[in-house]
Design a binder for this molecule. Structure first.
Ligand code: OOG
Ligand code: NI
Length: 406
């Protein structure tokens, strides 16, 4: 019997989530359509339109964002993504952002170039830091732990299928169907009533804390298509009357080679949700927690290039691939003809992520800055995951040292 490979599971999972999210957030479908139009214009007008990835890759390319409450939930989702050939890469501490968000994050993604080319689906995954005293006092921490400890985000059957896929390098067609269905359903917006008082208490501290700890399930927060011209996309969405956040996050537009990642977003319309009131009655209401985002990707910067970007900005960069390579500012390999081929940036930017989180907050929340934050780092996250947490630079370095692309 034929086996459905992790690569196929990943491509199917990305498509299935895209269908789900499109049915839940219609503006997402508009964003995907406009992205495809913009990509068609770029393909028709630029000879080097595919220098940062084939049009097939870019058209299918999505990143999702999810938010979890406990280390156990994070370890479970790592098994589900592992089944799809997606591994944790990078550590992001969003508590260092302004406004501070009480989460630490990683991104699950394929790590080899061939897998990225086949389908680069990645998911920015955040974990609430319930014991950070700047946000949650001891009593609220205990209540949060109690609430989160009682919920089950991922059914046992889904986790068993995920483990089987990882152990056997894939699933039978029938198991693959079941896996995709269960994995997609785990990220659907739940019709379960939200406890109004509990949600409001958390929301006063952080809307992200309320989105995570105020409800008994998780959901896809956003699903982001990739465009080849984000300025063109921004203009077209604005023309259609969709209000975008006021700027594009990441490097500004320049004539230089595109580097890192540029992103922009719009706030989703209020979504209807049901609430359970203090007297036990159920009432209709709405929440605005999910939004639309789009991104454009450029060449990955080396640690030296990243340092230059963080301290001096993009205008300090040389204007050609040759110079970027010669000064060891960005990652390239040589193709068979000896020409430089960019290694695409496959990760996220903490400042942009903070801006994306912030664009979607109803308030800055509250924080007790007289308290110390709880220490969290990559080693801690790796312990929670129970599997290697990859360092993005190590992956880019390895790719460059392997050499030529064919
Ligand atoms: C994640 C925000 C970060 C990005 O693209 O930088 C992010 C979230 O809102 O959960 O998705
Ligand atoms: Ni995002």
């Amino acid at each position: 019997m034929s086996t459905v490979s992790p690569t196929t599971l990943r491509a199917r999972f990305a498509r299935s989530l895209s269908e789900l999210y499109g049915s839940e957030v219609p503006a997402y479908t508009t964003l995907v359509e406009v992205s495809e139009q913009v990509n068609a214009v770029v393909m028709a007008s630029r000879d080097d339109a595919e220098r940062l990835g084939s049009i097939e890759r870019v058209t299918a390319e999505r990143h999702g964002a999810i938010r979890l409450g406990t280390p156990e939930e994070l370890a479970q989702v790592a098994r589900i993504f592992g089944a799809c050939g997606m591994y944790p890469v990078g550590f992001y501490d969003l508590r260092e952002a302004t406004p501070a968000i009480p989460v630490v994050s990683t991104a699950f993604r394929p790590i080899d170039r061939a897998e990225l080319a086949a389908n680069p689906f990645r998911v920015f995954t955040s974990l609430l830091v319930v014991d950070d005293r700047r946000f949650f006092d001891a009593e609220l921490e205990a209540e949060l732990r109690g609430f989160l400890g009682e919920r089950t985000l991922f059914p046992p059957e889904l986790l068993e299928l995920a483990d089987r896929a990882e152990a056997d390098g894939g699933l039978s067609p029938a198991d693959a169907d079941a896996f995709i269905e269960l994995a997609t359903a785990a990220f659907a917006l739940s019709p379960e009533p939200v406890n109004r008082e509990w949600y409001a208490r958390l929301e006063a501290i952080s809307s992200v804390a309320a989105d995570i700890g105020g409800v008994a399930s998780t959901h896809i927060n956003h699903l982001t298509p990739r465009v080849l011209d984000i300025d063109g996309l921004y203009a077209r969405m604005t023309e259609r009357g969709i209000e975008m956040i006021d700027r594009i996050q990441g490097p500004p537009r320049t004539d230089r080679p595109d580097v890192l990642l540029r992103q922009t977003s719009f706030r989703a319309l209020a979504e209807p949700r049901t609430f359970r009131e203090a007297d036990g009655s159920v009432a209709a209401g709405e929440l605005r927690v999910r939004f639309g985002e789009v991104e454009a990707r450029g060449v990955a910067l080396t640690p030296k290039g990243r340092e230059l970007y963080d301290t001096s900005g993009i205008e300090a960069f040389p204007t050609t691939d040759e110079e970027l390579d010669a000064q060891d500012l960005a990652y390239y390999v040589r193709d068979d003809a000896g020409a430089l081929a960019p290694i695409v940036y496959e990760d996220f930017l903490p400042k942009s992520a903070a801006g994306i989180f912030a664009s979607n907050l109803t308030s800055d929340g509250t924080m007790d800055t007289s308290q110390d934050g709880t220490a969290r780092d990559a080693a801690w996250l790796q312990g929670v995951l129970g599997r290697s947490l990859h360092d993005p630079y190590a992956l880019y370095d390895a790719e460059r040292s392997v050499g030529a692309v064919h």
